[in-house]
Design a protein around this ligand. Structure first.
Ligand SMILES: Cc1ncc(C[n+]2csc(CCOP(=O)(O)OP(=O)(O)O)c2C)c(N)n1
Length: 664
């Protein structure tokens, strides 16, 4: 084990403390307490254990470091600067929290190289790290330990461990025996309101042990104890929690150990006192040569490991190497994807299927999963309902990390965060399933996926009152609107088997955008009967059934309501009212489409009717404020679904009546 003299260690750690307090002071906002308290932990990890190469921040086999307590962002910025990442210069540290800096308030992986994931909402980081550790094991099982053999380290705070998502995450990690996952808990007993004991008395050691982890408690200011614990953790056959007792704002004369140091600048006097206490006589942002040298040496430590890895990669079988590199880049095998989709659509044209879109999705997955080995499926204990497991897909478990289907358990939030971590790790495209109504249970992680621009695909079935008897607790009404409100998220609601295949293709192609596929429980007719080589869903909306003659009415619908619109179209035609039907499988793609496409799709019929078994919110941008909306304005109810559609007035007759009353 690499050893570093105590005096050297202390100066290295103090450099982090000084940068943190000085940057927060300069920004007049931020969180100095955590970086100052966790500086010893971070110094030991980065100088003696972490496998990384600042010159190549995205090297595939680097260890991942996740600062789950994102408010302590100055910790990671100081580390990136000191170890020699180009992205974080001393000037960037001086611009902490300013517009367009590389040092935003909370770590954002899409802004700062070396930051592995975006954190800030407490608990997300640790749960995301579980996905990274899972992807690591899967890729190691697939490509071998020569190419994939790294750890995922997390620095987590009291807040991370109090959040409910952490329970889902640690239970999943323990169950899957993700022994490359090592959580360093900044066990400082302080939160914003004051002592942790105001609100919490959990024994974290026992809690983690109960979840199948190795867990230990050490003095988080003793470098040798930290090093010994990490070395031990690296040998464990289980994930490890190292609870490191620390003092928040270590070194500050009056604010150390106090919540006063959590989230505000220390102030000039306190900073001067801290400098004195730590024996740090250097000016703000000044890093003395000897300290910088030590840190840069720590940053250079991984070079040899990186070049040894490059050698192994270059000696790997050419096919394996090419496949590994393709998958890590996130490129799709175009020929295989296009072939699978074409074959699928050919089959559907030859033998149309009147099935629920959740079944249509299973049908699509039956073609896509064998064609795209990077797809890793799953479900939050609703596999048989979500239809996310096509035949032949084996289970990814502690006994077989090479499997491709994850039983996430009843843990929607943990699942969504783990999927983010898997996508961030690279080499896999995670998709999984739950009921649409439980999007709420996964939403904070979905939002982060959208912010980070990660390709994760959520299959969300039972997408309306059409699920029937389970009633209003299970019937989403506001969820489509709520998901559509998230920027950079594609919400697909296909109307039949062919649209479902097309939407799957679009979701897979959306490299920097997560997707939700909202799918029905109830069977629907296949409306698309022609052989269409083109992906008609690509612009988000299209005329699925033209009017005979000049349309006087345009019916816009999504998912299960498109066939209802087609029924209404026939009734209107019988009354001599030419009517067209537009399917809108994806609002976001439609709003992004070229203006000419949008104008054509919207058309100029006198009456516009929107039909969706959900709330109106968001529909005005399609039908205008004067458009008619047929949908839901209350929660649903428990009954067979056909009765519910009648009860809530979502019927072809209601559409006809609304349209004709507007025409007369
Ligand atoms: C989900 C979520 N809720 C609330 C917050 C606001 N917040 C930021 S830090 C924090 C708790 C601080 O305590 P701790 O996690 O122990 O960090 P420390 O005080 O040790 O820096 C809270 C409530 C948040 N970032 N995320």
């Amino acid at each position: 084990m690499l050893s570093i003299p105590r005096t050297v260690h202390d100066r290295m750690a103090n450099a982090i403390r000084a940068l943190a307090m000085d940057a927060v002071e300069q920004a007049k906002s931020g969180h100095p307490g955590l970086p100052m308290g966790a500086a010893d932990i971070a110094t030991v990890l980065f100088s003696r254990f972490l496998k990384f190469d600042p010159a190549h921040p995205t090297w595939a086999d680097r260890d991942r470091f996740v600062l789950s307590a994102g408010h302590g962002s100055m910790l990671i910025y100081a580390l990136l600067h000191l170890t020699g990442y180009e992205s974080v210069t001393i000037d960037e540290l001086k611009r902490f929290r300013q517009l367009h800096s590389k040092t935003p308030g909370h770590p954002e992986n899409f802004i700062t190289q070396g930051v592995e994931t975006t954190t800030g909402p407490l608990g997300q980081g640790i749960a995301t790290a579980v996905g990274m550790a899972l992807a690591e094991r899967h890729m190691a099982a697939t490509f071998g330990g020569d190419l994939v053999d790294h750890h995922t380290y997390v620095l987590a705070s009291d807040g991370d461990l109090m959040e409910g998502i952490s329970q889902e995450a640690i239970a999943l990690a323990g169950h899957l025996k993700l022994n490359r996952l090592i959580v360093l808990f900044d066990d400082n007993g302080i939160t914003i309101d004051g002592a942790l004991s105001l609100a919490d008395s959990v024994d974290q050691i026992k809690r983690f042990e109960a979840a199948g982890w190795a867990a230990t408690r050490i003095d988080g200011h003793d470098p040798e104890a930290i090093a010994a614990a990490i070395a031990e953790a690296q040998k464990s056959d289980r994930p490890t929690l190292i609870a490191c007792r620390t003092t928040i704002a270590y070194g500050a004369p009056t604010k150390a150990g106090s919540e006063k140091s959590h989230g505000s600048p220390l102030g000039a006097e306190e900073i001067a006192g801290t400098r004195k206490n730590l024996g740090w006589e250097h000016a703000p942002f000044e890093i003395p040569g000897d300290v910088l040298e030590q840190w840069r040496a720590a940053g250079a430590r991984g070079k040899a490991a990186h070049s040894a890895w490059n050698d192994r990669l270059s000696k790997a079988a050419p096919d394996a190497r090419a496949e590994f590199e393709r998958r890590m880049r996130g490129d799709l095998d175009e020929a295989r994807l296009a072939g699978a989709v074409a074959e699928l659509k050919e089959k559907l044209a030859a033998a149309p299927q009147n099935v629920a879109t959740r079944n249509a999705s299973e049908f699509a997955l039956g073609a896509l999963v064998p064609a795209l080995p990077e797809m890793i499926g799953g479900s939050a204990d609703l596999t048989g309902s979500n239809n996310t497991r096509p035949k032949g897909m084996t289970t990814l478990s502690a006994a077989d990390y090479g499997g491709r289907f994850v039983n996430y358990g009843i843990r929607e939030h943990g699942m969504a965060a783990a999927m983010n971590g898997m996508a961030l790790h690279g080499g896999v495209i995670p998709y999984s399933g739950t009921f649409l109504v439980f999007a709420d249970y996964a939403r904070p992680a979905i939002r982060l996926a959208a912010l980070m621009g990660e390709r994760v695909i959520h299959v969300m079935t039972h997408d309306s009152i059409g699920l029937g008897e389970d009633g209003p607790t299970h019937q989403p009404v506001e969820h489509l609107a709520a998901l559509r409100a998230i920027p950079n998220l594609l919400v697909f609601r296909p109307c039949d088997t062919v649209e479902t295949a097309e939407c799957w293709e679009l979701a897979l192609r959306a490299r920097k955008t997560p997707s939700v596929l909202a799918l029905t429980r109830q069977a629907l007719p296949q409306l698309r009967l022609a052989r269409d080589a083109e992906n008609r869903c690509a612009h988000g909306a299209y005329e699925i059934s033209p009017a005979e003659g000049q349309a006087r009415v345009s019916l816009f619908a999504t998912g299960s309501e498109v066939s209802l619109a087609v029924e209404a179209q026939k009734l209107l035609a019988a009354r001599g009212i030419p009517t067209r039907v537009v399917s809108i499988p994806c609002f976001e793609l439609f709003f992004d489409a070229p203006e000419s496409v949008r104008r054509n799709v919207i058309g100029d019929a006198a009456v516009k009717v929107g039909i969706e078994a959900a709330v109106r919110l968001g529909w005005d941008s399609v039908i205008g404020p004067d458009g008619v909306f047929i949908g839901m304005s209350t929660f649903g109810a428990s009954a067979p679904y056909k009765e519910l559609y009648k009860h809530f007035g979502i019927t072809a007759e209601a559409v006809v009546e609304a349209a004709t009353s507007r025409l007369s």
